[in-house]
Design a protein around this ligand. Structure first.
Ligand SMILES: Cc1ncc(COP(=O)(O)O)c(C=O)c1O
Length: 450
């Protein structure tokens, strides 16, 4: 593309588009992408980048997959859209629901399709409340959500999100959400990490339920591994303890697997690392590798049975025009087939190991506080003082300086505070993993020194 045309595009973007999580100062020099192939992206100036976060943790099978474009085109030609509201269905959404149920946890039984992770999360809240309503316990409505969590941009999902920056200027937040601490081993107030974990962080959830009154609590929502909140991996006993607590107090467990689903953690779905099954789970992002939008929430047999046996005047009056969109479902089916045929779940596990090994090599740098991750989700948390784990002064903007520097070096990713987050497409090659590590190391040295 000619430089003049590139410049005019950037100006038009500034003039007419408001972007997610926007401040004009952060958008002075946007990267405008024009092409992708595998784990690589190119911008309007012809510059090449490694896609270090699979765009937004979602382009699992990589960019430029012709077979996904073809299946979408074929479905659009055959049946571009049809109504999925009660009384109607289409073939791809039926087949996809069946396929998903065969892939997720054994207790899961039925899928509700929607278009974004936020919608999936909203639906998970509504089905949880509705379940208790059907049980004759309509006062069980509160949703417990954790610090550091990101659950989406709609009002309920915003209230559940435990990152204060996402609340600024949007009050009053939706009622009925209760915040609890999370399991953040590196920064735990109770212990000093996985080897020493006494699960006080999980027990805090139980204390919260007891304080609020179990008869008022519908569900707890949690990401198996925090994504946008910093790729924070819980200690091994955390999820089993959460499950126990939920069972003890008749509280539903919602696993938000919007990031962790479809192989990202080296398993198809992340709670299988800890042999835990949720009552409700959300899926989105990698379900179509983001070639078209699609998401959903999935409910256990117990909840499904309650819906099936609901009295006629208790309809689940929830839905979206594009629910079960045939093109999106057809793409998801093909995408899942690719993940399976190419062994991408196993590949993600192997590449994740390689990534962590490489990042662990950066521990020789004095400001690398922690390297963490699970499967192909990784993070490096930078600190001012490693011995005391003291963070940098936020005024130094270390994280955003590293982010800009990485971009200049040819790696696109995201940061949370001073943690560098990494989640390349599942198809990433060993050489690309090594290059990511090299770029991250170079950037840390360049920004905070050796
Ligand atoms: C765990 C989690 N839940 C929900 C969402 C919201 O998804 P969406 O942006 O598709 O609405 C996200 C988005 O990143 C997420 O990471």
């Amino acid at each position: 593309m000619k430089e003049e045309e590139a410049q005019s595009l950037v100006l038009a973007d500034l003039a007419h588009q408001l972007h997610p999580q926007y401040h004009v100062r952060d958008h002075e020099d946007p990267v405008v992408f024009v092409r992708g192939e595998g784990a690589l992206l190119w911008d309007i100036h012809g510059r090449e980048y490694i896609d270090g976060l699979a765009c937004l943790w979602n382009v699992a099978v990589g960019h430029g997959r012709r077979e996904l474009a073809e299946v979408a085109a074929q479905q659009m030609k055959e049946l571009a859209f049809s109504n999925s509201y009660v009384g109607y269905a289409n073939v791809p959404s039926i087949r996809l629901a069946e396929r998903l149920i065969s892939l997720v946890y054994p207790n899961m039984q039925a899928v509700f399709f929607c278009n974004s992770g936020s919608e999936a999360v909203e639906g998970a809240f509504k089905i949880s409340r509705f379940y208790w309503y059907l049980q004759g316990r309509p006062e069980k409505t509160k949703i417990i959500a954790r610090r550091e969590a990101y659950h989406g941009g709609t009002l309920g999902a915003t209230a559940a999100t435990g990152l204060p920056a996402f609340h600024q200027g949007f009050g009053p937040l939706a009622e009925g959400f209760v915040r609890v601490e999370t399991c953040y081993p590196y920064r735990c107030a109770h212990c000093k990490g996985a080897d020493d974990c006494n699960l006080a962080c999980a027990d805090a959830v139980e204390q919260t339920i007891l304080r609020e009154g179990p008869e008022t609590v519908a569900a707890i929502i949690a990401e198996p591994v925090h994504g946008a909140g910093g790729v924070i991996v819980p200690t091994p006993g955390y999820w089993p303890r959460l499950r126990e607590i939920c069972d003890r107090h008749d509280v539903l467990l919602i696993a938000d697997e919007v990031i962790t689903g479809f192989g990202r953690t080296g398993r198809w779905f992340a709670l299988s690392h800890w042999n835990v099954q949720p009552d409700v789970m959300t899926v989105a992002k990698a379900i179509t590798s983001a070639y078209v939008p699609l998401a959903g929430f999935i409910v256990s047999d117990r909840i499904h049975q309650a819906i099936l046996s609901a009295p006629e005047d208790a309809k689940f009056m929830h839905g979206y025009t594009n629910a079960g969109h045939p093109t999106a479902c057809a793409v998801a089916l093909r995408n899942i087939q690719i993940i399976e045929e190419e062994g991408l779940v196993e590949h993600a596990a192997a590449m994740g190991e390689r990534l962590r090994r490489g990042l662990n090599g950066l521990r020789t740098l004095p400001h690398v506080g922690e390297v963490r991750g699970l499967g192909l989700l990784g993070a490096v948390e930078l600190v001012a003082d490693r011995d005391t784990r003291t963070p940098f002064d936020p005024a130094q903007k270390v994280g955003s300086r590293v982010l800009r520097d990485l971009r200049r070096r040819g790696l696109i990713t995201r940061v949370k505070g001073d943690s560098i987050l990494l989640a390349p497409p599942l198809i990433v090659s060993p050489e690309q993993i090594d290059r990511i590590v090299e770029l991250v190391g170079g950037s840390i040295q360049g920004v905070v020194g050796v």
